[in-house]
Ligand binder design. Sequence first.
Ligand SMILES: Nc1ncnc2c1ncn2[C@@H]1O[C@H](COP(=O)(O)OP(=O)(O)OP(=O)(O)O)[C@@H](O)[C@H]1O
Length: 263
Amino acid sequence: MKVPALSLESVSKVWQSDGREPVRALDDFNLEIAREEFVVFLGPSGCGKSTLLYMIAGLEETTGGTILDEGVPIHGPSFDRGLIFQDASLFPWLTISDNVTFGLSLRGVSAAERERTAEQLLRSVGLAGMGDKRPDELSGGMRQRAACARALAVRPKILMMDEPFAALDVQTRTKMQDFLLTLWRESRASIILVTHSIDEAISLADRVVVFTARPGKVKAIVPIEMERPRPPRDPRYHAYRDLFTDLLADEVDRAFAEQESRR
Ligand SMILES: Nc1ncnc2c1ncn2[C@@H]1O[C@H](COP(=O)(O)OP(=O)(O)OP(=O)(O)O)[C@@H](O)[C@H]1O
């Protein structure tokens, strides 16, 4: 049997902060992700989606359970697991090329090799000729594409994206989704994308993992059995949208009730 790219075995996380009630963010979370699979995390606000990405990235420890990267327990960050945030988080003082190859410079890759890689990656994300610009000279969509290029430069096996397109307008967002599918096929990485958007989940995912309200657990795992692209007019698309709306409704109510009870 093939070893999964990632295995989450009974993972839990309790956040402890001084002088505050501990927060049970995740509880008994179980999931396997295959190589080259595109998985979307969908769930109500505060159910631990970002927390889970940080733990998979190795930036936070689990409180219980195990996370295995190709069968090996994760205890810290690795170039094999890249993470992209909503706001692109490029270094404002570096050029786009230097941002893209930042990880490679940490690895000691030569300047000539870095330049070649930057050129090639910027071309593949539609930013050819933009390498000398600074992040604030680019639009939001362009910055997010540069962040994708930076994450891909170190050839991660797993690419995690935390609401990467949430800050973009609807047209740019749709274009970015198409672009991401192309990039995913080329990179052959597994992708985990966090979103609040049911449409984004249906358009992109091989499987959608729906979270319960906090503490986050797996509520449902839904494979999207439609070829891509997936037109919203397709009756199957409608059926998925109804299904996710129903699955989320209870959890959003629960999350809201819990917030109210804390006031
Ligand atoms: N560093 C931290 N210290 C203490 N509590 C935290 C920390 N990070 C997150 N939390 C808490 O853990 C819970 C889960 O947060 P998390 O950001 O993972 O949820 P989320 O599902 O990504 O939410 P959203 O969809 O709103 O981004 C929340 O109650 C949050 O306040």
